[in-house]
Design a protein around this ligand. Structure first.
Ligand code: HMG
Ligand code: MG
Length: 372
């Protein structure tokens, strides 16, 4: 099967940064988003409206959203920016921050606490917000692109292809009870019930919704054997309630080629189509690219990755970052896939952000490309 077009969802600004131990200035996040926008990537996860006491790095996501709407980064093509919303409160905060009539929500960063599982579940929240259409923004023609190459890079975005960006949301659940409790403070069933009104409210505003199923190929608490049938059942439930796409996540990186094959077999066997799926690999065991190729061969055309291999999950001890976007691009392009993303620009961003964060650049391809 020809690879054709493959969609990359750049999750570095959210999944990548959420686990950093030192506080990241808003300006660094915005600069990362501006640089990413110029690579041609069409989907960027930009933040999350979660409890700041659990994930302090994401506490200023309302400000990030405000910036993206008020002064969108220049880009060669429209971008869908995505924000995680774990509950109705998260979606309401997202909607409030998106509503340009309202003053921006400011959030102070909480102390960097121990990320232990929250103590006890609470009843679900209810709430209403004002009717509002899809959230879009148009790129700022005056915004100058950052110079990431060291050469004169005052290349203006292609005006012909410039049109509205969009704002999307993602919700998340998990394939094991222990992870669900640690990450979202509720059971899988409660988490799915929590998702239902979020999807309904988002869809009523024409907001595209992504679902995540974490620990699909291994759990930090319950071990490597996660039931593919369970993952398929949860994925089907998210799609039935109206999610536009579900990203099946190997949070711990325990996935292997045979496990990926087995999982996809279960998903397809449950009547789920490849076009409704994305794969989200963390590279803890170095298997992410192999698993991505298995996914590609099985018809998956959307993959999540993070520039420089940034990240980890606060609820998955020892898990390293997502597969590096540069590595994934290098692999996909070698297989004849088109992504529309400039791998050299991505490599430069990987080097830049790693330096900003004082961490090693985890992209093998990125380092090799820069050394050429
Ligand atoms: P909860 O059930 O209310 O209970 O929240 P809680 O004890 O965990 O938190 C309670 C506190 O959070 C209260 O504040 C709430 O008001 C507040 P307090 O009274 O203590 O001051 N709160 C919120 N604040 C801001 N925005 C909100 C919100 N909701 C409650 N939306 C909840 C449950 C899940 C919301 C909470 O535990 C939480 O936000 N946890 C963080 C989860 C998270 O961000 N995980 C990482 C992202 S998921 C991920 O990385 C996996 C993924 O990459 C795929 C993969 O690789 O697996 C997507
Ligand atoms: Mg992740």
């Amino acid at each position: 099967r020809r690879a054709g077009e493959v969609r990359i969802v750049e999750v570095g600004p959210r999944d990548g940064l959420q686990n950093e131990s030192t506080s990241i200035p808003l300006e660094t996040k915005m600069e990362l988003l501006r640089r990413l926008a110029r690579t041609g990537v069409r989907n960027i996860e930009a933040g999350s409206f979660v409890a700041p006491k659990w994930v302090p790095q994401m506490a200023n996501s309302a400000e990030v959203l405000n910036h993206l709407l008020g002064r969108p980064p220049a880009a060669p093509a429209p971008i869908a920016y995505n924000f995680l919303v774990p509950n109705l409160k998260g979606l309401q905060n997202f909607l409030k921050a998106s509503d340009t009539d309202d003053p921006p929500i400011t959030s102070s960063e909480g102390p960097n606490q121990m990320r232990t599982p929250p103590p006890s579940p609470k009843a679900g929240e209810r709430g209403e917000t004002r009717k509002q259409g899809p959230i879009t923004s148009t790129e700022d023609p005056n915004e100058m692109p950052p110079n990431t190459s060291g050469k004169d890079s005052r290349i203006q975005p292609d005006k012909s292809s410039r049109s509205s960006n969009s704002m999307e949301v993602s919700l998340f659940t998990a394939a094991t009870e222990a992870f669900s409790k640690a990450n979202t403070n509720c059971t899988i069933a409660e988490s799915l019930e929590r998702c239902r009104p979020i999807v309904a409210l988002a869809k009523s505003r024409d907001i595209r919704v992504r679902g995540y199923v974490s620990v699909a190929m291994g759990c930090p608490y319950e071990g490597p054997d996660v039931s593919p049938a369970k993952v398929a059942e949860i994925t089907a439930t998210l799609l039935e309630m109206g999610a536009d796409e579900v990203s099946v996540a190997d949070t711990t990186g325990m996935g292997t080629a045979p496990k990926t094959q087995e999982l996809l077999k279960a998903l397809f066997g449950a009547g789920i189509s490849a076009k409704d799926l994305a794969l989200h690999f963390h590279d803890t065991y170095g298997q992410a690219l192999v698993n991505a190729v298995v996914g590609l061969e099985q018809g998956i055309r959307t993959f999540d990755s993070s520039v420089g291999g940034l990240g980890g999950c606060p609820y998955s001890k020892g898990a390293t970052g997502n597969v590096a976007t540069e590595d994934l691009l290098h692999c996909l392009h070698s297989l004849g896939a088109t992504t529309g993303v400039d791998v050299e620009k991505m490599a430069e961003i990987g080097r830049w952000i790693s330096k900003e964060l004082g961490r090693p650049n985890d992209s093998r391809a990125g380092k090799a490309i820069l050394a050429r």
